[in-house]
Design a protein around this ligand. Structure first.
Ligand SMILES: Nc1ncnc2c1ncn2[C@@H]1O[C@H](COP(=O)(O)OP(=O)(O)OP(=O)(O)O)[C@@H](O)[C@H]1O
Ligand SMILES: [Mg+2]
Length: 220
């Protein structure tokens, strides 16, 4: 069972959006669980909308709980045959983050390119280091702007990650309103606009992360 924890100390970096979009894309052909460790419970609350939209089909399942229950929740997920667990975490120093980091086979660090986001990357890395998990962490460039700002945004983000010796996934997510719009009605972009740019990017990201995680597992 793969466990992907989404960690960033910066509020609004795209953790929950990434968790839900990846979970929906993965749930097409795998058993997927989202664990919401954020006290805001955005993912858990969104699940009610999702269930209304899909007629209560649990694809993906979403469970919320205190971090003290994480180990039990993961054990249950394994027993029920989950192939992928995505853990959404809070944007502030919180006791939930270290257990989520330690439990992860891959840690996803969404990174937007504003100076405020880039400055906060080091805080996220500090937490990942506390969980001794730097090797399993990968930065995902998020909300990459289109047009003339694109090149600078990517360059700035790559520089910040490289300064901290963090891996960056070549696949990235552009700044696309579609990623938020569909979620409003409980749907992911891989469902609402299957052939659109956002769906292509989410699918590519998911495939790359899956392949990377498998490669890591084999290397151990
Ligand atoms: N690639 C993207 N393109 C456009 N908008 C995006 C993208 N990723 C995230 N957003 C938007 O950014 C905002 C914050 O996203 P989200 O709630 O997923 O972040 P978060 O890291 O979970 O926030 P928090 O730290 O509060 O939990 C939302 O309005 C979301 O729609
Ligand atoms: Mg969130």
């Amino acid at each position: 069972m793969k466990v992907w924890s989404i960690v960033s100390q910066k509020g609004g970096s795209g953790k929950t959006t990434l968790a839900l979009q990846l979970a929906i894309a993965a749930a097409r052909n795998r058993k997927v669980l989202v664990i919401d460790l954020d006290p805001q419970q955005s993912a858990e609350r969104w699940h009610a909308i999702r269930q209304r939209a899909t007629g209560s089909k649990d694809d993906p399942s979403v469970a919320a709980g205190p971090y003290q229950k994480l180990a039990d929740m993961l054990k249950t997920a394994g027993r029920l045959g989950a192939e992928l667990v995505l853990i959404d975490t809070p944007p502030k120093l919180d006791k939930a983050i270290i257990p989520a980091v330690k439990a992860a086979s891959t840690i996803l660090v969404p990174l937007k390119s504003t100076i405020l986001d880039l400055q906060a990357l080091e805080d996220s890395l500090d937490l990942i280091n506390l969980g001794k998990a730097r090797q399993r962490a990968v930065v995902i460039l998020n909300a990459v702007p289109a047009g003339r700002h694109k090149e600078t945004a990517i360059k700035d983000s790559l520089r910040a990650a490289s300064r901290l010796k963090l891996d960056v996934l070549p696949e990235q997510l552009s700044d696309l309103p579609a990623l938020a719009l569909g979620l409003k009605t409980g749907r992911g972009v891989t469902e609402t606009e299957r052939h659109g740019t956002a769906a292509k990017e989410v699918n590519a990201l998911y495939e790359a992360l899956w392949a990377r995680d498998r490669a890591d597992a084999e290397a151990e």
